[in-house]
Design a protein around this ligand. Structure first.
Ligand SMILES: Nc1ncnc2c1ncn2[C@@H]1O[C@H](COP(=O)(O)OP(=O)(O)OP(=O)(O)O)[C@@H](O)[C@H]1O
Ligand SMILES: [Mg+2]
Length: 303
């Protein structure tokens, strides 16, 4: 993939020490008027972890995500990326260090797909020749044809636009990816495909990812760890397997109960389907045997 131009090189920092977490929030609060969007949130995410952030509408998920890349400044508490307070990191550097996929795709409609993808490295001063190669490499990476670079966003399907959103967020080779409902509003098959493709990218590029999703099943199937939020607080934080097995908090239990029940029902249907197929096979076999028998008999009569 892409050129060795300095402005396209992966950001050298926020240089994490081996001990520091990739992302560290400590007692972070943010209030709008009377309402606390974040209420003393502490969260430590180690490098290369894939964390899903789930919870109801208004729980504080987007607010939490935006404090990580300093789009929102908390009223109190500390937010560190790679061991450094984000408030002290130069904003353009921070933008290149953290890829952000916005809630809703939010491509610029008046720019081509290629221009959309290249926006962060272009702001970093990368020369146009290097950018063209870089865009092609990124289109390859997210599984889109290279000729899409010249198209306008409205000439792409919803799923293709979401892939462009991911390519744009990856353009400056950030070590950290924040994704706010990246695969929302897509049909289940496209959504599943995109989710799995992104998980592969996460592994291949050794990213640290925080992904907001409403879909608990998606969270369980893609993430290493699920953080559940409610009213600006973290109410659960564990592996998908542990959360699916049950939880003391009844809000958390309720959240995981439906996907667990559905998965159980599907598993039973599959077993029934297999049993049905076996029975069908037996019936077919005995019908074939009867036909053979009849044919033998006919042959015998002829003789
Ligand atoms: N700029 C703002 N001004 C006032 N209130 C805000 C602002 N941004 C967020 N809030 C409030 O903070 C709370 C948390 O909002 P946030 O956007 O983080 O929720 P969310 O969990 O992302 O919800 P959704 O799933 O609907 O996207 C909500 O009650 C919201 O109304
Ligand atoms: Mg949100």
């Amino acid at each position: 993939m892409p050129p060795s131009d300095e402005s396209l090189a992966a950001p050298a920092a926020p240089a994490p020490t081996s001990k520091s977490a990739a992302i560290e929030l400590s007692r972070v609060s943010k209030t709008y008027g009377e309402a606390a969007a974040l209420n003393g949130v502490s969260l430590s995410i180690r490098r290369r972890q894939f964390v899903a952030l789930v919870g109801g509408s208004g729980a504080g998920k987007t607010t939490l995500l935006k404090t990580i890349n300093a789009l929102i400044t908390p009223d109190s508490g500390s937010v560190k990326v790679g061991g450094r307070e984000v408030a002290t990191i130069e904003p353009s550097f921070l933008r290149r260090s953290i890829g952000y996929v916005f809630q809703g795709v939010c491509l610029f409609p008046h720019m081509t797909v290629g221009e959309n993808i290249a926006i962060t490295p272009r702001r970093g001063g990368a020369p146009p020749e290097a950018l063209a190669d870089h865009v092609e490499g990124l289109l390859d990476l997210v599984g889109l044809p290279r000729e899409f670079a010249g198209r306008m966003p409205d000439a792409l399907s919803g799923g293709q636009q979401q892939r462009v959103g991911v390519a744009r967020a990856l353009a400056a080779k950030p070590p950290v990816m924040l994704m706010d409902e990246p695969f929302g509003a897509l049909d289940p098959v496209t959504r599943d495909g995109l989710g799995n493709d992104f998980r592969k990218l996460h592994n291949k590029l050794r990213l640290t990812t925080v992904m907001v999703t409403h879909d608990v099943m998606e969270a369980a199937l893609l993430a290493d760890r699920i953080v559940v939020m409610d009213e600006g607080r973290i109410i659960a934080d564990d592996t998908p397997a542990a959360l699916l097995a049950g939880h003391a908090d009844k809000r958390v239990k309720a959240l995981f109960e439906t996907p667990r029940r559905q998965a159980g029902r599907v598993a039973r249907l599959l077993v029934e389907g297999e049993a049905g197929t076996e029975a069908d096979n037996e019936l077919e076999a005995s019908a074939a045997a009867r036909e053979d028998e009849a044919a033998d008999k006919e042959g015998g009569d002829d003789a």
